[in-house]
Design a protein around this ligand. Structure first.
Ligand code: UD1
Ligand code: CA
Length: 470
């Protein structure tokens, strides 16, 4: 951190109360997902890395959901956040004013961000803060020059390039509309001065709103210094206002994520048809086929192959794992050297231990498959714990639900479950046992036994048979 930052602690205020009319949605704009998480969480994450004293979030539309998204992003730092309600959305100036009880007399610096400008990087914000402090300004505005400035507030400056005012698109004269330098909606303010100036903002404009963008000109008229920080990366500070913007940003973010992963040693067969969330981690020499979705906090080790059509969400995968085509893997763990699919479904803490395999049309829910065990065809394993080197035959079902409760199945090591076995839980199958094809197992099977029939009964003790043979 640079020394000026340490000298003067900053607060962050994020505007996130608007519905986002142009999204044509029931859902508040800042909750729409980008890179697999709500838009606002991108802003919160960058803000957090500046080590602010507090993060104020102005909420209105779907306040509870927005608050939950912010808290979730902050995790154990959720205490840093304070939420202020703007009950009626009367403009960005009114939104900031909603925090006046908490901030109006504060002798500190306030970084104002928009919940709908999600790609901004902490490094850029840091530069704005440094520029602001170095220039001893009352307000510093982050601006950018655009080929097509339509929709943004324009920066009106005098002949010497000094700040005059910000004029919104809807209020701009034809000449002002020609101005290419725009207000990014990201500012640094001396807090007490900001709140004093807000008292003078009037809704005398096309939209009859209280504009935060009127504050810099008010401060200037009062003799304060206004600084401008011109940024060069227009994309980074662009706002999302429409679904088209959202899709464009999603694409941008995804391309960046994949480019980084490729530079770190991951092969993508077709980068433009791969969908990798910003929080996913993928190890070297993995090969990702087209139409793969890797979401949430997924971590994949080295040398894995993920075939087409698979969706992997919040999973932990070891090294040299092969995920064949069209698998859905959610909240689950796969240790090294396993093979999954095609068409397998792992969910709710499914765990495949080292070197195990599940194959076609196998669903594994809240179950553990031991080292080297296999379940290759048409099977449901729910609430089951399976030992090592056990084979689950085709068409096996753990009948885990009795209509009221979910019951457990426990299968030992070196077991052979015959095709089409129904394991009516709660039930245990001892190590070394065999169930014959079509068995309906309703009571515990002792170790080293062969059971068969409906309901299944012990036909012989396998250890004895082996002893006779010797
Ligand atoms: C705003 C700026 C514009 C700038 C642009 C950059 C104003 C008046 N205009 O315009 O100069 O170029 O951002 O992206 O500030 N919000 C509230 N409460 C409200 C209104 C808005 O919390 O009453 C929040 C929104 O949820 C959003 C942010 O403020 O996160 C910006 O509002 P938006 O309506 O998108 O402003 P723009 O028209 O984009
Ligand atoms: Ca906007």
């Amino acid at each position: 951190m640079n020394p000026t930052e340490q000298q003067r602690p900053i607060d962050v205020l994020i505007l996130a109360a608007g519905l986002g009319t142009r999204m044509k949605s029931q859902k508040a704009k800042v909750l729409h997902e980008l890179g697999g998480r709500p838009m606002i969480t991108h802003v919160v994450r960058q803000a957090l890395s500046l080590n602010p004293e507090r993060i104020y979030v102005v909420v209105g539309h779907q306040a509870a959901e927005v608050e939950a998204a912010v808290r979730n992003e902050l995790g154990d730092k959720a205490d840093l956040a304070e939420f202020v309600i703007q009950s009626q959305q009367r403009g960005t100036g009114d939104a900031v004013k909603a925090a006046s009880d908490k901030l109006q007399h504060a002798d500190r610096t306030l970084l104002v961000l928009s919940g709908d400008v999600p790609l901004v990087r902490a490094e850029t914000l840091r530069k704005l803060v440094a520029h602001h402090l170095a220039g001893q300004a009352a307000c510093s505005i982050l601006t950018v020059k655009l080929e097509n400035p339509a929709g943004y507030g324009r920066m009106v400056c005098d002949e010497k390039g000094g700040f005059v005012k910000i004029v919104e698109q809807k209020d701009a004269t034809p000449e002002e509309k020609q101005i290419r330098e725009i207000n990014s909606g990201i500012y640094c303010f001396e807090t007490a001065k900001l709140f004093a100036a807000l008292e003078q903002v009037e809704p005398t404009n096309q939209q009859a709103e209280y504009y935060l963008t009127d504050v810099p000109a008010i401060l200037l008229a009062g003799g304060a210094r206004i600084a401008i920080y011109i940024h060069t990366d227009a994309r980074e500070v662009s706002g999302i206002n429409t679904r088209a913007d959202l899709a464009e940003f999603e694409n941008l973010l995804r391309r960046g994520t994949i480019r980084t992963l490729m530079s770190e040693g991951v092969t993508f067969i077709d980068p433009s048809h791969s969908y990798i969330g910003t929080d996913a981690r993928i190890g070297r020499d993995c090969v990702i086929y087209p139409d793969v979705h890797i979401e949430g906090r997924t971590m994949i080790g080295e040398g894995c192959v993920i075939r087409s059509g698979s969706r992997i969400t919040n999973a932990k995968i070891g090294d040299s794992v092969e995920i064949k085509d069209h698998c859905v893997i959610i909240d689950s763990q796969i240790e090294s050297n396993c093979s999954v699919g095609p068409f397998a479904h792992l969910r709710m803490n499914a765990c495949l231990e080292e070197g195990s395999a599940v194959g076609n049309f196998v669903e594994v829910k809240k179950s553990r498959l031991g080292r080297g065990s296999k379940s290759m065809h048409l099977t449901y394993l729910g609430d089951a714990t399976i030992g090592e080197r056990t084979n689950i035959g085709a068409g096996t079902v753990t009948c885990n639900y009795d209509g009221k409760n979910k019951n457990e199945t426990v299968i030992g090591d070196n077991v052979k479950i015959g095709s089409d076995t129904m394991l009516v839980a709660p039930v245990k199958v001892g190590s070394g046992s065999v169930t014959a094809a079509g068995s309906v197992v309703i009571s515990d099977v002792p170790p080293d036994s062969l059971v068969a029939g409906v309901p299944a009964v012990v036909k012989k003790k396998l250890k004895t048979v082996m002893n006779n043979e010797q």
